[in-house]
Design a protein. Sequence first.
Length: 231
Amino acid sequence: MPLIFYERVGHEGRRPSPFSWRIRYALAHKGIDFEVRPVRFADVETIRALSGQHFTPIIDDNGRVTHETWDIACYLEERFSDQPSLFNGTVGRGLSRFINIWSDVQLSPALRPVIYADFPAVLDVGDRAYFRATRERNLGMSLEEACADPAGKLLAFQRACSPLEHVLSAQRYVCGSTPAYADYVVFSVFQMARLGSRKEVVVQGSAIADWRSRMIALFGNLGDRYPGYPN
């Protein structure tokens, strides 16, 4: 039985969740076959019944259920140890964990005020009120208020990307000459922007822009397999 991959799916099959993209790329890197079980953003009770918590993605490997992207990546690395490594050893795993945390606590929070007001349009109609209510409760303001001063918010995000630009000016991938899990984590943030907003958040001609194009093209153009923002 193939591994089962539960992910939140948006309007007309869109895949805007950055966390799902991390694991999609990890599965492709490992060459693992899987079956998708889509859930809506508002399907909290369904998700909780599967895993005891309300976040996705979730994987089910013949009854072994794992959630949280870092835990899933580590599980895939150990369970499929004969397949290409996501970390290339313990040092690489430690550095990848740092990139994972940096992406979650620095990069993603800087992106959300750039794109969040656009994001409900890529969700299923029945999920939009849930998304807005939960995010506005966390923000303490409306999505539109959080995204005020778009030029300033975009500049703040691009400044947060400065270390990444320096790294990618010196090497092709975050992990060096070839991509691995740290690349997939950082790329997931840019994929959220690509599929969740009409705004371009990357400077044309930058090292990040070139890297993003390479990342999109990996694994048979995986990054362009699902539609982006509705016109």
